[in-house]
Design a protein around this ligand. Structure first.
Ligand SMILES: Nc1ncnc2c1ncn2[C@@H]1O[C@H](COP(=O)(O)OP(=O)(O)OP(=O)(O)O)[C@@H](O)[C@H]1O
Ligand SMILES: [Mg+2]
Length: 360
């Protein structure tokens, strides 16, 4: 097992900078998830760690050793792709054993390793089948099995579950969490799926346009996003972002106003924020409730009933639409006027540059 350190890591294709100086420290045994919009550089970063892409600048070390120029097969990594990349003409057993066969491992030892991987992944009964006789989830298990038998120091996963249907994704997600608990290996995982990121990660790295926006635990990112990008990216439904004007500051509060909100004193250190600044108030849909707090009155435009919660889209006085995720089954209807409220301590506030203010 091994830690992985990315220091000032850069990747350019000709004049195009794709990865623009990335610093990430991944601890031994940690499960780290890379998220970010399409094209932000997640796969490129993973492929650089795997050794499938050259590094244009900075250093990459695995287990304390700089591996910039070490070929993939000597990096002690194994990668699992979205497309499985398993061989159709081989049985499951042969596919799982493939890397070991290439490495000319003695037959007995190889069989033992395949048997162990099959046990971990609960696919002993599938070993003599060919990939065409397997479901998508089973094929992905074969790809993961092939990675396991190599006993890599670091597992790399690039959207491994995105070809699976919703129910199977949930099952496989739990299997991956168990696999990580069993193997205690370092795992780096790329996904588009919020729930996968939130549930699997010890630590999430949010990327945008080749730049790290924030690194933190899932709940750090959820409760204290560093900037507007992370605030909008993490959390579903998305955080409501309302333009407000600063009307007053003290060392431990910022008073903001808007036609929708009236005036609200929020417990933040003002930093460089001054009276008159146009700043952004962030309120998560789940932090709005029909009870106390600072109110955001509006007219209901749409209601989604999920049983355990009621999601309401409201149009505020200014015309801005917000989302409120209200607990339980609420008897509200389109056209109703409601005024959900939030606790000021639960809100987020972003300065004119979109950087989060610190809570007081
Ligand atoms: N060989 C290449 N030459 C030029 N640009 C490339 C090359 N490969 C990738 N890129 C660019 O690098 C950027 C990052 O691509 P990458 O595949 O890492 O994105 P990603 O975050 O994995 O996106 P997705 O979520 O869609 O998989 C993209 O803008 C892409 O167009
Ligand atoms: Mg990708």
């Amino acid at each position: 097992m091994a830690n992985v350190a990315l220091t000032g890591l850069k990747k350019s294709y000709g004049p195009v900078d794709v990865i623009k100086g990335v610093d990430i420290a991944i601890e031994d045994g940690e499960f780290v998830v890379f998220v970010g919009p399409s094209g932000c550089g997640k796969s490129t970063l993973l492929r650089m760690i795997a050794g499938l892409e050259d590094i244009s600048g900075g250093t990459l070390s695995i287990g304390g050793r700089v591996v910039n120029d070490v070929p993939p097969k000597d990096r002690r990594i194994a990668m699992v792709f979205q497309s499985y990349a398993i061989f159709p003409h081989m049985t499951v057993r042969e596919n799982v054993a493939f890397g070991l066969t290439i490495a000319k491992m003695p037959k007995k030892e190889k069989e033992a390793k395949v048997a162990e991987a099959a046990r971990i992944l609960q696919m002993e009964h599938l070993l003599d089948r060919r990939p065409s006789q397997l479901s998508g989830g089973q094929r992905q298990r074969v790809a993961i099995g092939r990675a396991i038998v190599r006993e890599p120091a670091v597992f790399l996963f690039d959207e491994p579950l995105s070809n699976l249907d919703a129910a199977l994704r949930v099952d496989m997600r739990m299997e991956l969490a168990k696999l990580h608990q069993d193997l205690k290996a370092t795992m780096i995982y790329v996904t588009h799926d919020q729930v996968e990121a939130m549930t699997l990660a010890d630590k999430i790295v949010v990327l945008n346009a080749g730049v790290v926006q924030q690194v933190g635990t899932p709940l750090e990112l959820y409760h204290s996003p560093a900037n507007l990008f992370v605030a909008g990216f993490i959390g579903s439904p998305k955080m409501n972002l309302l333009p407000v004007t600063v009307e007053g500051v003290t060392s431990s509060s910022v008073t903001v106003g808007s036609p929708d909100l009236g005036v609200a004193m929020l417990p933040f250190r003002p930093g460089a924020v001054v009276v008159g600044d146009q700043v952004t108030l962030g309120v998560r849909p789940h932090m709005l409730g029909l009870g106390a707090g600072t109110r955001l009155p509006g007219a209901v435009q749409l209601v989604e009933r999920l049983g355990n919660e009621t999601i309401a889209m409201l149009r505020l006085k200014s015309g801005q639409e917000i989302t409120a995720a209200l607990g339980g089954d609420q008897p509200i209807r389109v056209g109703d006027r409601i005024d959900p409220g939030f606790a000021p301590t639960a809100a987020a506030l972003f300065d004119t540059a979109g950087i989060a203010l610190t809570r007081a």
